[in-house]
Design a protein around this ligand. Structure first.
Ligand SMILES: [Zn+2]
Length: 441
């Protein structure tokens, strides 16, 4: 492919024909129209659509999947990758993460989020659910990257009425800012951090504001046993009960972690229509001592999806690795190799994530937005190919993704992403300067 074509294909959305890819075990072509929608998918598509396509991508036998959906992350924490590992959760936060975050700037968040988007595009993710600070700068990065994101400001009032006022203002500002961008790929959500960092008054305000503005809610729930015990001691009820009393549990809510839910809480989350984001790598790295109760959530019919959490506790954003971690952790913890089989594990990162974020993605079918990734079959990890789901979950990682398309726009083609080295260099410089500022303060 010539240099000229490579540049042009990245510039904007074009009507595209992808030939010779496998979807659900069948070899098909996929036609994407100029609005970024899958307009045709089938064996005869190339004869029907060839005239309309401005570009033809030869899939060369690749497996086509819906763009993966990361339903819990703190994208700009890529700058903290490898800065502090192997520590007790509270020490890790208070001695390492929080002092560094106190020196964060909007430019840092922009550079960190650009790096996160680059890493996600490289590993086949096209949409993510983000909670952090300086989110207008995160929005700028997402806009430029071509990805989709739901952005929430991390609301932390630490039980102070004065701080609460600032957090309400910051939340209102972000929702207004995102609305003014008028970019269908970016949505705002309300992000009450957790029950141990936000007062019941703060939680109630978040619930009302989200209801009023028709936005999602993004929260951490029952990550540690300590959180549950403190909640019972303080409020006389478990965390889900407290959140329900504050009206946080809704069909627009994504609750991350959920390691320490009991069975009645799983039933309550189903009743309220809450989506649960499983974060197995982060939970294992920080030793939460219990796996999210997938069998109970599955039995209750809760929509379970998948997230990487931030790069300080993972330490990458590769959802293929996360799918494998989820399948293995669930089997190991419940001492049962039949729990979370490959096909279902893959659904967590595709269809279920798409349902949670509400962009209409997560499935490949005619009429859906063209968020598509092509996974090469000409790789060691896909040889032999007895069972595609098995290889995708247990033997591949994001390195097997060749091409990433979001909303019909090509973001990576044959592993090439325009501007990649500049993004890496800027993020590395921002991370280095952030650490220096923190040390010298
Ligand atoms: Zn988190």
């Amino acid at each position: 492919m010539t240099e000229k074509i490579m540049t042009d294909i990245f510039e904007k959305k074009h009507p595209l024909l992808i030939t010779n890819v496998t979807v659900g075990g069948k070899c098909v072509d996929i036609f994407i129209n100029e609005t970024g929608t899958i307009a045709g998918m089938g064996e005869k598509e190339r004869t029907k659509c060839k005239g309309e396509a401005e570009f033809i991508i030869d899939g060369d036998g690749a497996i086509a999947l819906p763009g993966l959906v990361n339903t819990h992350t703190h994208a700009a924490m890529t700058l903290l990758r490898g800065y502090a590992d192997d520590m007790i959760l509270q020490d890790w936060l208070s001695q390492k993460i929080w002092p560094l975050e106190a020196h964060l700037t909007g430019d840092d968040v922009y550079n960190g989020t650009c790096l996160a988007c680059l890493e996600m595009i490289r590993s086949g993710t096209t949409a993510f659910n983000d909670m952090y600070f300086f989110m207008a700068d995160a929005a700028r990065a997402v806009d430029e990257s071509g990805m989709r994101a739901v952005l929430s400001y991390g609301f932390i009032d630490l039980f102070s009425a004065e701080k609460r006022e600032n957090e309400c203002k910051a939340t209102e500002n972000l929702v207004a800012h995102v609305r003014a961008l008028n970019n269908p790929r970016i949505k705002a959500a309300v992000g009450p951090h957790a029950i141990y960092t936000v007062s019941p008054e703060g939680l109630k305000w978040c619930a009302e504001f989200a209801q009023d503005q028709k936005t999602g809610i993004h929260i951490h729930l029952s990550e540690t046993e300590g959180e549950v015990n403190d909640c019972i001691a303080r409020y006389g009820k478990r965390p889900s009960g407290l959140l329900d009393e504050c009206a946080i549990l809704t069909p627009r809510t994504i609750a991350a972690h959920c390691c320490w839910l009991d069975e009645p809480e799983c039933t309550l989350l189903k009743k309220r229509g809450v989506h649960v984001s499983h974060n197995p790598s982060s939970n294992m790295k920080l030793a939460t001592n219990r796996a999210m109760p997938y069998p109970h959530l599955f039995a209750a019919g809760v929509n379970v999806c998948l997230g990487t959490d931030g790069c300080a506790s993972n330490n990458n954003l590769d959802l293929f690795e996360e799918v494998k971690a989820a399948a293995l952790l669930q089997k190991f913890y419940w001492n049962n190799p039949t729990v979370l089989p490959a096909h279902d594990a893959l659904l967590l990162a595709t269809e279920n994530g798409g349902t949670a974020l509400g962009f209409g993605t997560g499935k490949l079918s005619v009429g859906t937005p063209a968020d598509i990734v092509l996974v090469s079959t000409h790789t060691a990890c896909n040889t032999p190919l007895h069972n595609a789901d098995s290889n995708l979950v247990y033997s591949c990682n994001g390195g097997a993704v060749e091409t990433t398309i979001c909303d019909g726009k090509v973001l990576m083609l044959e592993r090439e992403i325009p501007g990649e080295s500049a993004i890496r260099e800027q993020a590395a410089r921002a991370a280095y300067e952030l650490v220096n500022r923190t040390r010298n303060s």
